[in-house]
Design a binder for this molecule. Structure first.
Ligand SMILES: NC(=O)c1ccc[n+]([C@@H]2O[C@H](COP(=O)([O-])OP(=O)(O)OC[C@H]3O[C@@H](n4cnc5c(N)ncnc54)[C@H](OP(=O)(O)O)[C@@H]3O)[C@@H](O)[C@H]2O)c1
Length: 248
């Protein structure tokens, strides 16, 4: 076992989360894989991580509005993680939901859905794990946000508002957990199209970038790796990895 660090990644089974897991495993981190529905992918990822010579463990949890007393459920989840892993050096809050909610059709359920999975859960995970990191005087937290948190699309307002909240949470948590724990966020642009996105929708998102193309999960995982291993003098910031969407 070559690893000296342990990383917990939420929603790690597939897509961007899986790439972050494999990239950090290759860089020598043990990986704690959180999943909710994608058990089979999580177990496959565990094997793929272990084949890189580091440890992998799998944890299931629902972070949705349907969970009764979510902060307590998150406390129990974190306790289980620490019982198995001992400690967490890096938390990557990656799990999220994304779907259109045109104005006039937004219900209370939509609102609760987005605010709970995309904002409340990562916040309480960061509080629970951040306090433990603070006691150890070491740790780092990375939140996956979205460039549209700063430039909301009118058809995705609850989503964009949840990500805007997580950007604010990043800045505030960086202050609250300093000087030993760093908290940053990464704001992807179009990296992987949402499942079921049409060719027209894909063209529309690409048009908003300066580079006129989709990025790659590697663009995100290499940024995570930079924040983990590249510099330990970065905290309280948002790094856009968006093909120039914010600058357009
Ligand atoms: N993809 C992009 O181009 C893009 C662009 C901008 C921002 N981002 C952000 O980057 C991150 C990764 O993007 P992605 O597209 O790879 O994400 P994704 O596929 O939409 O979601 C990642 C995972 O979140 C988990 N999740 C959803 N609901 C959950 C719940 N109730 N409880 C626990 N986990 C839940 C799912 O895990 P299970 O499958 O195990 O249920 C899912 O696989 C997200 O935060 C996203 O908002 C992505």
């Amino acid at each position: 076992m070559k690893s000296t660090k342990t990383t917990l990644i939420t929603g790690a089974s597939k897509r961007v989360g899986r790439d972050i897991a494999l990239t950090l495993a290759e860089a020598g981190s043990d990986i704690l894989i959180h999943y909710y529905r994608s058990r089979r992918d999580a177990l496959q990822l565990k094997k793929d991580v272990e084949s890189r010579g580091v440890r992998a463990e799998v944890f299931k949890a629902d972070f949705s509005a349907g969970v009764r007393n979510l902060p307590s459920a998150i406390k129990r989840f974190v306790r289980d993680v620490y019982r198995v892993a001992g400690h967490v050096d890096l938390l990557v809050n990656n799990a999220a939901i994304f779907y259109p909610t045109p104005l006039g059709k937004i219900t209370g359920r939509h609102w609760e859905d987005f605010m709970t999975v995309n904002l409340k859960s990562p916040f309480f995970l960061a509080q629970e794990i951040g306090m433990r990191m603070r006691r150890r005087k070491s740790g780092s937290i990375i939140n996956l946000v979205d460039w549209t948190g700063l430039r909301p699309h009118p058809n995705y307002l609850p989503y964009a508002i949840s990500k805007a909240g997580l950007i604010a949470a990043t800045t505030g948590l960086a202050k609250a957990l300093a000087p030993h724990v760093r908290v940053n966020c990464i704001a992807p642009g179009p990296i992987l199209p949402a499942n079921g996105a049409t060719a027209k929708q894909k063209r529309a998102v690409i048009k908003k970038t300066l580079l006129k193309r989709f990025g790659n999960p590697k663009d995100i995982s290499e940024t995570v790796r930079y924040l983990w291993q590249g510099s330990d003098f970065v905290t309280g910031v948002m790094i856009p990895v968006d093909g120039g969407a914010l600058g357009s």
